[in-house]
Structures are given as C-alpha cells and as structure tokens.
Design a protein around this ligand. Structure first.
Ligand SMILES: NC(=O)c1ccc[n+]([C@@H]2O[C@H](COP(=O)([O-])OP(=O)(O)OC[C@H]3O[C@@H](n4cnc5c(N)ncnc54)[C@H](OP(=O)(O)O)[C@@H]3O)[C@@H](O)[C@H]2O)c1
Length: 259
C-alpha cells in the first residue's frame, strides 16, 4: 500500500507544523467555569467540560481516499464532513441503490464492499454488527487503517453481543483498527461542528495519527483513549449510554461534573 501523504507533501509520515512536538494537554475545566459545566451536564449537546482531556494534535494528512463500508446514518454523517474537508469518499452497502443514493447525497462515489475497501487508504466500518462477518469476508483489509464505529449491542437487553468488536475485526482482517465515533448518535455527528470530544483507541501509532486527523476534519477534538484493548470499554460505555437513552434518561445525568 502506498504511504498516506501528509498535506504539506513532505513525503513522509510525521508531524507537520500544525502538530505539537509533544502531547498537548487540554484542561477544559476550572472552578471558574463551573456554571458552564453545570449547564453542560444538563445538555448532552454542549461541549465537553468538567474533566481533564488529553488531546494530541495529529499530523496534517493530505487529502485521502476513504472507503466507507456501510451506506446508512453513520456513513452519511461522517462522510459528509470528510468530503467537505477535501477527502475522496466511496460508499458501499449491501443494497447498491442505497449506496448510490448516500454517495450522491454526500458528494462521494459508490462501489461494492470490495471496491470501497480497495479504494480507501482509510476505511470506515459502519455496518450493523450482525453484518461485520460478511463484510470482512468480502473485503481485503490487511494493513489498512480501519476506523471501527460499530456497536455490537443487543437491542432491548443493552449489553454487548460479543467481546470487543474492534479487537475481533483487527484479528480477523489484519487491519490497523482504531475505535472511534461509537459513543454518540448520528444526529450529533451531523452537526457542524459536532460539539463533542472524540475518544479513540488503537495500537498502531500511524493509524491513530491518521484517525486523529479525520476527527479534526469532522470538527472535533480527538482524545487519546489508549490501546485497542480498551475498545471493550468504549463498546460497553455505548451499551450503557444507549440503554439509558432509550429509557429517556439523559446519559450524562448519571455522571458527576468534576472540577
Ligand atoms: N447511528 C448512530 O447513532 C450510531 C452511533 C454510533 C455507532 N453506530 C454504529 O455504527 C454502525 C452503523 O450504524 P448506522 O446507524 O449507520 O446504521 P444504518 O443506518 O442502519 O446502516 C447500516 C448499514 O449496514 C448495512 N447492514 C445492515 N445489516 C447488514 C448485514 N447483515 N450485512 C451487511 N450489511 C448490513 C445496511 O445495509 P442496508 O441499507 O441494506 O440495511 C447499511 O448499509 C452500527 O454498528 C451502529 O451500532 C451508530
């Protein structure tokens, strides 16, 4: 696979002028903004305040080709931002008509699973969890940077169907998987910018840098969430959050605002 280009065409993967040479620590809460924090606790759409976030600014990767496996809500929500940021996007799905319709709507092109996987320097896995085995069987993802936003959540019981989907995708495909974008609903990802920080986890440093860049292209702050072993926690958190939301409970209402 050819190397993914930095935007400034230095010809190598590494930090750009936009990147900090060391980890940037962003403290988003002080006692002086406690009232903002209280407001935010009432409103899930507010920017995240009230806790320490560590964000690492990514290198500025050049316009990339992004293959999207899935033609539904997440494909459209994230694909829209990435097309707007100058990336080329190919959408795929099991229904070619839906893939074509989604691609046209966001300004991308459509293909089948294998074409989208081949097209993408980065691949977004955005199908329902039940479909992941079939999609992996139809694609060649070894060595690719794959963003996994899936949630293998059992409807109604709001628990996990499998241990860490992201680890299973990495083991089955040989892809460099980064878990991201799984915690908030597509309504939020459709906003410009989505008022939320995006935690991500993965084991491959270059893949993490690339996905941090794509988080920035969506309009969000990327928050380092550790290695891929932590994907199970991201997925469990989603199960809890979705379970609360369907009961009509504001998920952030169960957590204290710290600071
Ligand atoms: N929507 C959200 O708020 C949200 C937020 C975070 C994470 N997620 C996760 O992101 C993933 C995509 O969610 P979404 O909301 O975009 O779903 P969606 O709108 O229902 O679209 C799902 C896509 O997966 C395809 N698909 C479904 N079952 C399949 C199967 N058995 N085999 C192959 N393809 C199949 C669908 O094809 P058809 O069009 O033919 O049905 C469609 O292209 C899910 O894992 C979800 O849990 C969703």
């Amino acid at each position: 696979m050819p190397p993914i280009r930095l935007r400034r065409s230095t010809g190598r993967v590494g930090p750009s002028r936009r990147a900090h040479t060391t980890t940037a620590v962003q403290v988003l809460a002080t006692r002086s903004n406690a009232s903002r924090a209280r407001q935010s606790a009432r409103n899930v759409m507010s920017p995240p305040v009230g806790y320490l976030m560590v964000s690492i600014e990514p290198p500025n990767f050049a316009d990339m080709r992004i293959g999207i496996l899935g033609a539904g809500n997440m494909a459209a929500a994230l694909g829209t931002h990435w097309v707007r940021a100058g990336h080329e996007v190919m959408v795929s799905g099991r229904d070619p008509g839906r893939a074509r319709e989604t691609a046209e709507r966001i300004g991308g092109q459509a293909g089948d699973w294998a074409q989208a996987a081949q097209f993408g320097e980065v691949v977004l896995l955005a199908v329902l969890a039940d479909g992941v085995p079939d999609v992996l069987a139809a694609t060649e993802l070894a060595g690719k940077v794959v963003i996994d936003c899936t949630n293998a959540v059992v409807q109604g019981r709001w628990t996990l169907a499998t241990p860490a989907m992201a680890e299973s995708v990495a083991a089955k495909s040989g892809a460099r998987v980064v878990k991201a974008f799984n915690l908030c609903p597509d309504e939020l990802w459709r906003q410009t910018p989505p008022p939320v920080a995006v935690p991500l986890c993965g084991d491959d440093p270059e893949a993490m840098d690339i996905v941090r860049g794509l988080v920035v292209d969506v309009g969000c702050v990327a928050v380092d969430g550790g290695g891929l072993e932590r994907a199970a926690l991201f997925e469990a958190t989603a199960a809890v959050v979705i379970g609360l939301a369907v009961q009509g409970v504001e998920p952030r209402g169960i957590l204290p605002v710290v600071g």
